[in-house]
Design a protein around this ligand. Structure first.
Ligand code: IVH
Length: 686
C-alpha cells in the first residue's frame, strides 16, 4: 500500500505501470520469505514488511483480476467456501502401523525383519509419533495439487482448499527441477500451546470444548469454509512418502532430507541409528520429554531406513513390516477421590468437580478436575472413597477417567451413585435443572458465590482490569459486607478498608487507584465485565464499535443488535435479555452515575474523518455496506459513489468493481479492509 501511494502521484515510476512483473516478483519474494519464516524459522525481514508485501500483492490482484491466479500465495487465506469434500482414491494406500509397547516387542520386530533380510545390516530412522490427523499432500511438478485425508486408507476426503490455508505448507516446492509427482504423507496438528486458550474462547462463545488437540485439528481441517481453517494455527509435519515419480533417494532419511530442502516441514527430532540399543535410548529419552515438542505425541515410529530393504520387507494388508510404532503408556495415574463438590459460577451455573489426593500427571500435580455437569458425573460414576484414574485430556486439562471398580470399598458401593445436591452449598437455595438442558443452576440470583465469581470476573484482565481486586480481595469485601453488588466497588471507603486484615495503606491505595482507573476503560471492556451470556471480548468489541455508547446499545432492538456483524440472533437475544432485566438496567444506571465510562473511543472522536471523501468498492467481511458508510459518517467523513481526483481514498474489498482501477488511474490512494480499520481508528492512511 505504502509503495503504491508513494509512487502514484507523479506517474513516472512505480508498480502500476508494470503490474504483471511486479505481481510475479512479489509472488516469488513472498514464497521465499514464507519459506524462511515457516520452514527455516529464520526470516530475513520483519513481519510488518512481509505483511506489506503480501498486502501489495493482494491489492494488485484485486486491481488487475486478469493477473490473479489460484496458485497465488494470497489464496491461502480467505478462499471461497468449498462444496462438501469429494472422495479421492489414494494412489497408494495409507497404511496404519503395528504397535510395540516395550523393548521386547521392538526386539521381536527387529529379529523378524532380520530373518527376512537374511542378516543384512540395518539402520533405523526414529521419528516422534505425532498425534495429529493423517494427510497425503501431492505436488505435481512442484506445485501443490491435492491434499487428501486418510479416510479408510484407500479413499480419503479432498481437503485441498483447506490445506492451502495452512501456514508452512508451500504452494510451490523449492526444487530447481521439481519431481513429476511427489506425494508426501504427514500429520496435521494443532499446536498444544494454542489449544487451551482456543478452548477457553470456545467455551466463552457457548461452544463445546474440544477434548484434545487432535480433535481440534480434525475439526479445523474439515471446515466447509477454508477461511475458517485459515484462522486456526494448524501445522504439518511430514513423515513419509506416497506415490513419487522423478525423485529417488536410497533411504527414508534421505527422502525426508530431500523434501525438507524442497520446503516441506519435517521433524527436527528425527534421528537414524545403526544399533537397536541407540533406538531404545532415543525412545526412553523422548519418553521423559513427551511434552517438549509443539505437538502432542504418543510414541516413536521406528522405520527401516533403507528403501530397498523396505521393499523386501513389504506390508501386510494394513501395516508395513518395515515400520513399527512404539507407544508410550498413557499418562494416567490412580489416586483417591476425596469428595465431589459443586461450584456456582458467575452465571449461576452449578458445576460438579472432583477433589482427589494430589497426584503427578504428565509433569504437573493435579488435585481437582471438573466433572462438567450432573450427567457426566453420573456417567463416570466416581464416588468419594473410590480409587480413580486421572489424566490430562489433550495433555492439558485434568480429567477423571473413571473409578477402579475392583478397588471400590463395600461402604462406597453401598453408598450408591453421587447425586447433584438439591440445594446450593453457598446459599441454600434450590438447585434447578431445566428440562432438556445439561446444566443446573442455583436459583438465587444473589447467591454469594455467584457474586464472588462475578466480582472477580468484573475486575479481571479482559474486563475492567482492576489491579488488586482478585479472588481473595473480592471474598474479603463480600465477607465484610462492603459490597453487595458490583456497583458498590465504586463506593468503597478507605476508612472501611483499612481496619481489614491484610489491608495496609499500600494495598488500600493501590486498590482504590485500580478501581478509579477502571472507570475510564472503554465500553467494550465494560461489556465484557458485565458478564452477559455469550458476550466475550470479540462480541463486546463489535458491539462497542457499532453502537459507540451503552445508551445506543440499550435502545437498540434485537433485530438491530442481531444485524451487527458477528453477533446474530442468538447472541442478540442474550444481550437484549440482559438489558431488559430491571436489575441489570438499574445496575447500568448506577454504574454510569458513579462515573464509569459508557462509550468507546471510536465514537468519541467524531471528527476523525472530517473533510474526507471515501468511495467503497467490493465486499468487506467485517461490515455491511451500510455499516461501513455509517462508520465513516460517524467520524465526519462523506461517502460518495464515484471516484474522482477529489476522492480521499477508495476502500477496496473483495471482488471490487472498476472503481479500484479508476483510483489507480487517478492516483487516488486505496486501502483494503485492514487499512480501512486502521483509517477508522486513527483518521490517517496506514
Ligand atoms: S509412518 C506406512 N510416521 O500414526 C506407514 N506415521 O498409528 C505410515 N503417525 O497412520 C505411517 N507420526 O497417521 C508414520 N512419524 C510418523 C508418524 C505416523 C504419526 C501416524 C500415521 C499412522 C498412524 C499409525
Amino acid at each position: 500500500m505504502r509503495r503504491l501511494r508513494r509512487m502514484a502521484p507523479d506517474g513516472s515510476v512505480g508498480v502500476e505501470h508494470e503490474p504483471r512483473r511486479r505481481v510475479e516478483r512479489l509472488r516469488v519474494e513472498i514464497e521465499q520469505h514464507r519459506y524462511r519464516y515457516y520452514v527455516l524459522s529464520d526470516p530475513w525481514i520483519p513481519d510488518a514488511e512481509f505483511d506489506a508485501l503480501y498486502q501489495e500483492l493482494a491489492r494488485l490482484e484485486a486491481l488487475y483480476p486478469e493477473l490473479d491466479n489460484p496458485d497465488s500465495p494470497t489464496h491461502r487465506v480467505g478462499t471461497p467456501p468449498s462444496p462438501a469434500f469429494g472422495a479421492v482414491p489414494h494412489r497408494q494406500p495409507m497404511l496404519s502401523l503395528d504397535n510395540a509397547f516395550d523393548d521386547r516387542d521392538l526386539l521381536r520386530w527387529a529379529e523378524r525383519n532380520d530373518r527376512i533380510l537374511e542378516g543384512a545390516a540395518v539402520r533405523w530412522t526414529c521419528e516422534l509419533k505425532v498425534d495429529g490427523v493423517a494427510i497425503s499432500v501431492a505436488y505435481v511438478r512442484g506445485r501443490l495439487d491435492r491434499a487428501v485425508t486418510r479416510g479408510d486408507g484407500m479413499v480419503g476426503e479432498d481437503v485441498t482448499a483447506n490445506v492451502r490455508t495452512i501456514q508452512g505448507i508451500p504452494d510451490y516446492l523449492q526444487f530447481d527441477d521439481p519431481p513429476a509427482l511427489l506425494e508426501v504423507r504427514g500429520e496435521i496438528y494443532y499446536p498444544v500451546a494454542k489449544f487451551q486458550s482456543m478452548n477457553d474462547a470456545r467455551e466463552e462463545a457457548g461452544l463445546a470444548r474440544f477434548a484434545n488437540p487432535r480433535n481440534a485439528a480434525s475439526g479445523a481441517l474439515r471446515q466447509k469454509d477454508p477461511a475458517k481453517t485459515a484462522q486456526r494455527p494448524l501445522r504439518l509435519v511430514c513423515h513419509g512418502m506416497g506415490a513419487v515419480q522423478g525423485l529417488s533417494t536410497p533411504t527414508h532419511s534421505g527422502f525426508l532430507e530431500a523434501i525438507g530442502a524442497g520446503g516441506l516441514p519435517v521433524a527436527e527430532q528425527t534421528r537414524t541409528f545403526d544399533d537397536l540399543d541407540a533406538v531404545c535410548r532415543f525412545i526412553a529419552d523422548w519418553g521423559e520429554r513427551r511434552h517438549a515438542p509443539a505437538y502432542e505425541m504418543d510414541g516413536v515410529v521406528v522405520k527401516v531406513d533403507d528403501l530397498g530393504q523396505q521393499r523386501r520387507l513389504g506390508a501386510t494388508s494394513a501395516v508395513p513390516r518395515w515400520a513399527i510404532a512404539f507407544k508410550y503408556p498413557p499418562e494416567e495415574r490412580q489416586t483417591k477421590l476425596i469428595d465431589i463438590f459443586v461450584n456456582v459460577g458467575r452465571t449461576g451455573k452449578v458445576t460438579p468437580f472432583a477433589s482427589f489426593e494430589p497426584v503427578l500427571v504428565a509433569g504437573s500435580t493435579l488435585q481437582l478436575a471438573t466433572l462438567h455437569n450432573e450427567d457426566q458425573a453420573r456417567h463416570k460414576d466416581v464416588r468419594p472413597g473410590d480409587t480413580i484414574v486421572v489424566r490430562k485430556a489433550g495433555d492439558v486439562i485434568p480429567e477423571v477417567v473413571g473409578p477402579v471398580l475392583s478397588q471400590r470399598p463395600d461402604e462406597v458401593a453401598a453408598a450408591g451413585p453421587w447425586r447433584m445436591p438439591t440445594t446450593c452449598p453457598f446459599c441454600g437455595s434450590p438447585i434447578e435443572r431445566l428440562e432438556g438442558e445439561a446444566a443446573s443452576f442455583c436459583s438465587n440470583i444473589d447467591c454469594p458465590n455467584r457474586l464472588l465469581e462475578s466480582l472477580a470476573h468484573f475486575a479481571s484482565r479482559g474486563a475492567l482490569d482492576i489491579e488488586g481486586l482478585g479472588y481473595e480481595t473480592a471474598r474479603t469485601l463480600l465477607d465484610h459486607h462492603l459490597v453487595s453488588n458490583i456497583a458498590d466497588v465504586y463506593r468503597l471507603d478507605p476508612d472501611d478498608l483499612l481496619p481489614l486484615e491484610g489491608f495496609g495503606d499500600k494495598k488500600v491505595s493501590q486498590l482504590l487507584a485500580g478501581i478509579e482507573g477502571s472507570k475510564s476503560q472503554p465500553l467494550e471492556r465494560l461489556l465484557v465485565a458485565l458478564n452477559i451470556r455469550m458476550v466475550g471480548g470479540t462480541v463486546a468489541r463489535v458491539l462497542a464499535r457499532h453502537f459507540g455508547s451503552l445508551a445506543a446499545l440499550r435502545t437498540a432492538d434485537s433485530d438491530t443488535i442481531a444485524a451487527v456483524n458477528g453477533v446474530g440472533p442468538i447472541r442478540a437475544a442474550a444481550v437484549r435479555a440482559f438489558l431488559d432485566n430491571p436489575r441489570n438496567a438499574a445496575l447500568l444506571d448506577e454504574l454510569a452515575g458513579l462515573g464509569v465510562r459508557t462509550d468507546t473511543e471510536a465514537a468519541q472522536r467524531s471528527d476523525l474523518l472530517d473533510g474526507w471523501t471515501v468511495v467503497l468498492t467490493g465486499g468487506l467481511t467485517g461490515f455491511t455496506r451500510d455499516e461501513a458508510k455509517q462508520a465513516i459518517e460517524d467520524r465526519g467523513g462523506k461517502v460518495t459513489g464515484n471516484v474522482s481526483k477529489k476522492t480521499s481514498v477508495v476502500v477496496v474489498g473483495v471482488d471490487p468493481g472498476s472503481k479500484a482501477a479508476k483510483a489507480l488511474d487517478l492516483g487516488v490512494p486505496t486501502v483494503d479492509e485492514d487499512g480501512f480499520f486502521a483509517l477508522l481508528d486513527s483518521g490517517a492512511l496506514p
